[in-house]
Design a protein around this ligand. Structure first.
Ligand SMILES: [Zn+2]
Ligand SMILES: [Zn+2]
Ligand SMILES: [Zn+2]
Length: 341
């Protein structure tokens, strides 16, 4: 996945301000001249290679053809229902699930794909419910059932009948919810990085930095936190990597495409476990209690990495930073303390 919207267009969309002009437009890496559309449905791809790869793997099933704008088409109904339920739609998307089904439908060797998908670790029924609750909110049961009905109408396949039952659909949803990895780097943050690297006279540098700071602030106000990814995908090896609050490896997308890099942060002995961090670097600096609260809520486990074990005797206090950051009420905090007990 490579961004295909220019940095300026992304900023305009996120700000709802079509008149916005970004300075240094030459620093935007988007190559419109390489873009390709599906001749039947006009979906845009970053390159001919991507269009071909999509066509061979799943797009024949998902191509809407002339029904692209038909709101009664089952796939459009599914996407519309999803948009109304879940914000932001960029991550753990229902369309990733649709691509999984379409991939199996289109594949000659269906069992190979079913086996590949089954490598993602499964959860208990209770854990799955927690994941779905987390993703859809309090009305999750009715919403999940609505999605299942629309998903079935759009994509049912007898080879995959178990993904369309209430239990199977919940499992699939939880699989994507827990293993879906945001992919790629938005053109806007690529532009920011390129601007950071520019060699500018001091005054111009200050001006540009101030512009970028303000831009991010405005975007956050207008669209909520800026999601620096272009879509979501599933990575078998990365999803096998456990979490540690002092990880010895990290994942990144340095080539601005779908290639995920797993990079060692220190020397790793043969046989030593490779751990990544599910927390960002700010979250990792919080107290053990705060870290584990985030991990429990989002990933349903309590961490017992060396750092957490070393801090096991620390008082169960939430770090100040989190209280400021999330503005939680005392009640919510109290409740959390109680579930700990
Ligand atoms: Zn592409
Ligand atoms: Zn198409
Ligand atoms: Zn830990």
């Amino acid at each position: 996945i490579t961004a295909w919207e220019t940095a300026e267009k992304t900023a305009q969309r996120l700000l709802g301000k079509s008149s916005l002009v970004l300075p240094h437009p030459e620093q935007c890496s988007i190559r419109k001249d390489l873009h390709q559309q599906c001749p039947r449905c006009q979906v845009t791809y970053c390159s001919a290679e991507c269009r071909q790869a999509a066509l061979e793997q799943y797009h024949q099933v998902l191509c809407l053809g002339p029904s692209r704008d038909d709101p009664t088409h089952p796939l459009n109904k599914l996407q519309e229902a999803w948009r109304n339920m879940h914000y932001p739609p960029e991550t753990s998307s229902i369309m990733l699930m649709a691509r999984m089904v379409a991939t199996v439908k289109q594949a000659k060797d269906k069992e190979w794909w079913i086996k590949a998908f089954s490598q993602f670790c499964s959860k208990t029924a209770n854990e799955e419910e927690e994941v779905v609750h987390k993703l859809l909110g309090d009305k999750f049961k009715g919403q999940l059932e609505l999605l299942r009905l629309l998903f079935t109408e759009a994509l049912y396949d007898e080879h995959l009948s178990r993904w369309f039952t209430p239990e199977g659909f919940r499992s699939l949803f939880a699989l994507v919810g827990t293993n879906g990895q945001g992919i790629g780097t938005s053109s806007l943050s690529q532009w920011v990085h390129a601007c950071d690297a520019l060699d500018l006279p001091m005054l111009q540098r200050e001006e540009l930095d101030a512009f970028i700071d303000q831009l991010y602030k405005d975007i956050e106000k207008e669209s909520g936190e800026f999601l620096n990814c272009e879509g979501s995908g599933l990575y078998v090896l990365q999803s096998c990597s456990n979490h540690s609050c002092i990880p010895n490896a990290e994942t990144s997308f340095p080539e601005n495409n779908f290639l995920l890099h797993l990079t060692a942060l220190e020397d790793i002995e043969a046989g030593e476990e490779i751990c990544i961090s599910y927390l960002d670097c700010c979250q990792r600096e919080r107290s053990r209690h705060s870290r584990n609260k985030i991990l429990r809520e989002n990933y349903l486990f309590t961490c017992s990495c060396p750092k957490c074990l070393a801090q096991a005797d620390d008082a169960d206090v939430t770090s100040d930073e989190e209280e400021e950051g999330e503005g939680e009420t005392d009640d919510a905090e109290l409740e959390d303390e109680m579930t700990d007990v």
